[in-house]
Design a protein around this ligand. Structure first.
Ligand code: NAP
Length: 473
């Protein structure tokens, strides 16, 4: 048993274990305790790798892996409201956004189950070369081995699902380290997988000091792949240190959106107000930098500001709250400092409502201001007037990030020019670049990462091709 919702043990080798030490989980809104989790260190992480490695010595056939994934999806559906409240409590995510995340995790498991059932290699057309005549060849897709997974605080359920569900589909056992601020959802998923019939060792969850756990995952040769979602600095550092492993990185962004003069400005303004401030801007694809063609700039801003000012800031547990707290005091201080330091004009926000940062819009900031070139990860967006689409594309490309970007335009020509010119992993047209559906190939270029998630793509990353050549009689 995983104990009560408020007190959770670690999940290692199919057992729920205590260590004598605890990690306190507190609400980012009230500071009240949400629960506590047994704290792991290097020793528990090594035990977890042992268990995962042992588990993979036994075959778990694809149909059984798929059935477990389907059962977890079903349990997430049945326990939807409880799961959404747990996300909201530990991450401070407004309940309506937490419900969307809970539903998306169900969809992630469902897509992973499909991938488990269709995992197959390719036939190689051997007689296409003279040397291959008289031979039959095909590839098998083999699980890469034990996966070390590290996840961030901002989607504590669905970003964990995006690692552990495809890993099971691929036939890989996992050692998961969730964010220390939001470990409860990950342990709930472990409970659901156990109830769904997961044999011991296939999923292990350790919560504790990041560098200590990270070092074991980097150093242990049995861990063949590290899948990391989080900040760029930590991600690229892990990759540098784990030279012989596959290290898949899903990192930050300073998400740009272009609004062309011919765009439907009402829709564009509504999408920005919904997607720059939801979960207080703490999504890696939260709209951050909006570049508006000069002819449309005044009208766009006039439409945007009242919508932003109408957003309800407050307790994430309230049904009608749009914008809650940022994750902690350090984040709050940093964001307020960046707002204060910008050379742009403050159009709205920039101050606190109670302890919470009001949704903030800054006009025409300097190109080198932090709000223009770093990832804010807070309820802040900038609007900048530009002379042309080319200038907008150049500014949008002007950071070290490249995860997703978007354009609003009614011109097919402009949309296709943006799709070709924007150096990002994904481009949205007439939709906010915050859009993600869980089967999409999702991931970045430049400092934003080196891989694609979405069960189909993650399973491909978590498997290796093995070639079999047969001499025909
Ligand atoms: P973070 O500080 O980088 O933490 C992410 C995870 O890494 C946490 O589990 C953290 O553990 C762990 N970690 C920290 N130091 C480590 C180390 N030395 N070795 C191994 N693991 C270590 O990021 P965050 O603040 O949780 O999340 C926000 C960031 O994630 C943003 O940059 C956002 O853009 C990015 N993100 C990207 C995507 C995407 O799909 N591209 C999605 C969501 C978020 P502790 O919690 O214990 O410190």
């Amino acid at each position: 048993m995983a104990t009560t919702a408020a007190e959770r043990k670690l999940f290692v080798g199919g057992e729920w274990i205590e260590t004598g030490d605890w990690v306190e989980v507190r609400s980012p809104y009230s500071g009240d305790s949400v629960g506590r989790v047994a704290k792991a260190g290097a020793e528990e992480t090594r035990r977890a790798v042992d268990a995962a490695h042992r588990a993979m010595q036994e075959r778990l056939p694809a149909h059984k892996r798929a059935e477990i994934l389907v059962r977890v999806a079903g349990a997430l559906g049945r326990r939807h409201e409880e799961v959404a409240r747990l996300i909201s409590d530990e991450a401070g995510k407004p309940l309506k956004a937490a419900r969307v995340e809970a539903a998306r995790a169900m969809s992630t498991y469902t897509f992973a189950a499909v991938e488990a059932r269709k995992l197959a290699g390719d036939m190689v057309p051997m007689d296409a070369a003279q040397a291959g005549e008289g031979k039959l060849a095909f590839t098998l897709r083999r699980p890469i081995g034990v996966v070390g997974a590290i996840s961030p605080f901002n989607f504590p359920l669905n970003l964990v699902a995006h690692k552990i569900a495809p890993a099971l589909a691929a036939g890989c056992a996992v050692v998961l380290k969730p964010a220390s601020q939001t470990p409860m959802c990950a342990l709930l998923l472990a409970e659901l997988e156990e109830e769904a019939g997961l044999p011991p060792g296939w999923l292990n969850v350790v919560v504790g000091p990041a560098s200590e756990i990270g070092d074991v995952l980097v150093d242990d040769e049995r861990v063949k792949l590290i899948t990391f979602t989080g900040s760029s600095e930590i991600g690229w550092n892990l990759k540098e240190r784990a030279a012989k492993k596959r290290v898949n990185l899903e990192l930050g962004n300073a998400t740009p959106l272009i609004v062309a003069a011919d765009a439907d400005l009402e829709t564009a303004a509504a999408k920005v107000s919904q997607n720059a401030f939801a979960f207080a801007g703490q999504s890696c694809i939260s709209v951050q930098r909006v570049y508006v063609e000069r002819r449309a700039y005044d009208e766009f801003v006039d439409r945007l500001i009242p919508l932003v000012e109408a957003l309800k800031v407050g307790d994430p547990a309230d049904e009608d709250t749009d914008v809650g707290p940022v994750i902690d005091e350090d984040a709050r201080v940093r964001i307020l400092d960046w707002i204060k330091a910008t050379s742009g004009d403050l159009l709205t926000g920039g101050e606190l409502e109670g302890e919470l940062i009001r949704p903030t819009v800054i006009a025409n900031p300097g190109r080198d201001d932090d709000v223009s070139c770093q990832e804010v990860f807070g309820p802040v967006c900038t609007v900048t007037a530009v002379g042309s689409l080319d200038e907008a594309i150049e500014l949008a490309n002007g950071t070290r990030y490249g995860l997703q970007a978007g354009i609003f335009t009614t011109s097919l020509d402009s949309a296709l020019r943006a799709a070709q010119g924007l150096e990002f992993g994904g481009i949205t047209v007439n939709e906010a670049p915050t859009f993600r559906s869980d089967q999409m190939p999702y991931g970045g270029v430049k400092d934003s990462g080196n891989t694609r998630e979405g069960p189909h793509y993650a399973v491909r990353e978590m498997t290796e091709e093995r070639l079999v050549v047969v001499e025909l009689p």
